[in-house]
Design a protein around this ligand. Structure first.
Ligand code: CMP
Length: 140
């Protein structure tokens, strides 16, 4: 099925100037970028986005990292977009990510891991609407 998923290029990858290289991987895999914006999140915005992790020991560091610089937020659309994006990203911990994945190639650590991607169609729906109105999404 054609799906939408929420993708974030995190502050480490924006800082390394590899937004375009990461976008190329989405496009080469047949995913279309149907909405995108650069934002600098504040604590409230990042904390709300990661609310499901609120009780986790890494929550404070995660919010600190995600507010440390600008991020690119995009909606990817395509056949099986949620899983396809997760395959392109590789494992959360870049040390465990398969060769050729975005995290293997661009990420340094489990916090500075270059990208985020929704983990299910349910979280994709929530995450897309967290950042975008329906009018901001431009399917072709
Ligand atoms: P992300 O897909 O953005 O979702 C939550 C983030 O928390 C995750 O990527 C990691 O960057 C970060 N994180 C830090 N420590 C952990 C951990 N032990 N398990 C899962 N995620 C972690």
């Amino acid at each position: 099925a054609v799906e939408r998923t929420l993708s974030i290029v995190k502050p480490d990858a924006v800082g390394k100037n590899v937004i375009g290289e990461i976008y190329s991987r989405f496009e080469k895999a047949g995913l279309q970028i149907v909405a995108a914006k650069m934002i600098k999140m504040d604590e409230e915005m990042a904390g709300g986005f990661y609310a499901e992790h609120k009780e986790r020991p890494f929550f404070k560091d995660l919010v600190g990292f995600m507010t440390s610089g600008p991020v690119m937020v995009q909606v990817l659309e395509g056949e099986g977009a949620v899983l396809k994006n997760r395959e392109l990203m590789g494992a959360t911990n870049p040390q465990e990510a398969d060769a050729g994945t975005i995290r293997a190639d661009f990420a340094e650590s489990i916090d500075a891991n270059a990208v985020h991607g929704s983990d299910s169609t349910e979280s994709a729906a929530r995450e897309v609407s967290y950042f975008f109105n329906e009018e901001e999404i431009c399917p072709r």
